[in-house]
Design a protein around this ligand. Structure first.
Ligand code: FES
Length: 669
């Protein structure tokens, strides 16, 4: 083979001339093509696979066949026998260029790649993990030389991979000599974190690297175990946050710490214990070694964030709600007591403000409002709703104290979303009879197949729907009163002391929506609505066209019912969509894409924080938002799509004072 050959790589389109006889891997490196390799061209890892794009390529002036590369080598055949090699695939490190050629680099052979997420509207995730594996041959020690095992390992990393200035984790030092002397001796795979520190070592070739993205919520803790090579989630697990025994909601946990000096340690121990158990469970479920977990990321609200890190959250309990730290935190996973590789690293996303945490930062990372032209309102409905508003020009964030009503707490028949919980409700406006759907059953209650389904309570989405449906059926007045006059027309409306209740489920156990239940929902939704309006005031807009509801609750809530309730400001219902578990997704993005960490740290610094607790207008918005859907806003855009009932305020049981003209044509089905 003599002379040059033209090599074109797709999909990058990079091209250039290389000497015939150059390996495809070397050609790729020379031309700056992203072609993976862990074994450094030894024909072991199989990461360097390419395919000859056979045929006529008029654009490049190349007509190529499989003979454009040298025939399959013995090591390639050995790899194919052991691991399989798809037809047409070649190992780029052993195949040499013999003629002009167009080569396709499949996604799995690219170090950096885009993975398209399934969710609509979701950003593509780049897979470019902060930790990478490198196989090296280390020189054996010699009497004539005093160079240590570590020095010779670092020599090999520089010689074979061009890695310089590396430091080494203590955990690696402890296992270094054993690893280098285990069979196959003097060959080892090391994990290098952020191109700067060796965090793990294995004898011989090792090709497994995993990470866990944790979303530490005040109620539940969820973990997703991801393959750092592909970005795929290989196992997910969740558990109740054991800190619940110190207080149901965030503020009661902060109060516990205030009243019990030194108790931060207890709460920290509780959540770390939960994380350790989840880690073990995830590895067991996926059938992987814990030592293959090399990276961990965390998101959580500010109180969860501080308690995870062992920081006293007392300052977050009152104005001015000072965070101890608002930078991203990088530390060893072992410092958090996680049973993973001793050198594994943890990354805690940055908090934004005293009430707006790393979970909101993660939501921004998943939803990327800062890259959009249109203004987006992002809402994570939890016990503390976190709200982000803006676009590429400005991003504002706030939190609003909604309380736990949307999670079923403080509601007489409320429960968490679990089998048996009513999650969907429709009420016939003529007969006032309801039909419901429960978690775990695909049928509505008026379907014969529903018979024998156990109904146990009402979860958050069911509560939103029942209150909205009560309004649409005119059982509820605009100011949230159950119309007692209807007791004469339906057995569903029953006296309950000085007020009335609505019997949603008349079987065993009977479930009623009381006047107090409606009040709790009004208070919660008014807080959320007021927070949204406050951000709109600051941004200088009085309408939004795009609303994304995040979190478990947001994922299940029906946009029309959310608007009828007035949970968020008026909007065309088609503009209100679910963002799924955006915080968890953001944690995963930060896990598999090193660039996303820089991105969110940059964006968080530019977010304008709005503190609802000290804003006088918050109270004003709150009072208006107590009405359903709103006291002064006619919700015309919702009304254009859905028949809203005439506006009524109570003047005693069933009294009617004001009427609103409906522009509506249809009710939600
Ligand atoms: Fe590892 Fe080619 S680089 S098999």
């Amino acid at each position: 083979m003599s002379g040059d050959a033209l090599v074109v790589f797709t999909p990058s389109g990079r091209r250039g001339r290389v000497a015939r006889g150059t390996s495809v891997l070397d050609a790729a490196r020379r031309l700056g093509v992203d072609l993976d390799s862990v074994c450094g061209g030894r024909g072991i890892c199989g990461r360097c696979q390419v395919t000859v794009a056979e045929g006529e390529h008029a654009k490049h002036g190349i007509s190529c066949t499989s003979t454009a590369l040298t025939p399959s080598t013995a090591s390639e055949q050995a790899y194919a026998a052991d691991h399989g090699l798809a037809p047409g695939r070649r190992l780029g490190c052993t195949a040499l260029v013999s003629e002009d050629v167009v080569l396709d680099v499949p996604p799995e052979s690219q170090v950096y790649r885009q993975v398209v997420r399934k969710e609509a509207d979701a950003r593509a995730v780049a897979v470019d993990p902060v930790v990478r594996l490198f196989l090296v041959e280390v020189e054996e020690p010699r009497l004539a030389s005093s160079r240590s095992d570590l020095a010779r390992l670092l020599d090999a990393l520089e010689r074979e991979w061009g890695l310089t200035g590396l430091s080494i984790d203590q955990a690696v030092l402890q296992s270094l000599q054993a690893a280098l002397r285990s069979e196959p001796a003097w060959q080892a795979t090391v994990a290098v974190h952020d191109g700067s520190v060796v965090t793990a070592i294995w004898p011989g070739f090792h090709d497994a690297a995993y990470g866990i993205a944790f979303d530490v919520g005040s109620t539940t803790v969820a973990g997703h175990l991801c393959d750092l090579r592909t970005g795929d989630v290989v196992a997910s697990a969740g558990a109740m946050n054991p800190q619940i025994r110190f207080g149901e909601d965030l503020m009661s946990r902060v109060s516990y710490v205030m009243l019990n000096p030194g108790s931060t340690r207890e709460l920290t121990r509780a959540v770390r214990g939960c994380l350790a158990k989840l880690t073990a469970e995830l590895c067991r479920d996926a059938g992987i070694e814990r030592t293959d977990v090399l990276e961990v990321t965390f998101v959580g609200n500010p109180v969860m964030h501080h308690l995870l890190l062992g920081i006293d959250p007392t300052e977050l309990g009152g104005a001015p709600f000072a965070l101890a730290v608002d930078n991203a935190i990088r530390l060893r996973a072992a410092e958090l007591g996680l049973p993973v590789n001793g050198g594994a690293r943890a990354y805690v996303l940055p908090c934004i403000a005293g009430h707006v945490g790393a979970d909101t930062a993660a939501m921004i990372l998943a939803e990327v409002p800062h890259l959009a032209e249109d203004v987006t309102l992002l809402v994570d409905v939890g016990t503390n709703a976190e709200i982000v508003l803006g676009n590429r020009e400005r991003l504002l964030a706030a939190s609003s104290p909604t309380g736990p009503a949307f999670e079923g707490a403080q509601i007489s028949c409320g429960q968490r979303a679990a089998p048996g919980a009513i999650e969907r409700v429709r009420i016939d406006p003529k007969t006032f009879e309801p039909r419901v759907k429960v978690v775990g059953c695909d049928f509505w209650s008026d379907d014969p197949s529903f018979a024998d389904t156990q109904v146990t309570g009402v979860c958050g989405s069911g509560i939103v729907e029942v209150v909205a449906e009560l309004l649409l059926a005119e059982i509820l007045t605009t100011d949230g009163q159950i119309d007692g006059a209807l007791a004469a027309r339906t057995p569903r409306v029953v006296p309950d002391g000085r007020t009335f209740s609505y019997v949603l489920w008349d079987d065993e156990p009977e479930l009623t929506i009381t006047q107090n239940d409606v009040r709790q929902i009004q208070l919660a939704k008014a807080a959320l609505h007021a927070g949204c309006r406050l951000l709109m005031d600051h941004y200088g807009i009085d309408r939004v066209d795009r609303v994304r509801l995040a979190g478990a609750f947001g994922a299940h809530i029906d946009p029309v019912h959310a608007l009828v309730l007035g949970l968020v400001p008026d909007c065309d219902p088609s503009g209100v969509t679910s963002a799924g578990n955006a915080a968890g997704t953001g944690a995963r993005i930060a896990l598999v894409d090193r660039g996303a960490r820089d991105e969110i740290e940059r964006v968080v610094r530019s977010v304008e924080k709005v503190e609802t607790a000290v804003e006088p207008r918050f109270q004003e918005h709150f009072v208006h938002a107590m009405a359903i859907p709103h006291d002064v806003d006619p919700y015309a855009r919702l009304g254009a799509a859905v028949a809203l009932p005439p506006r009524r305020a109570a003047t005693g049981a069933g009294g009617r004072t004001r009427r609103r003209r409906s522009t509506a044509e249809r009710r939600p089905s």
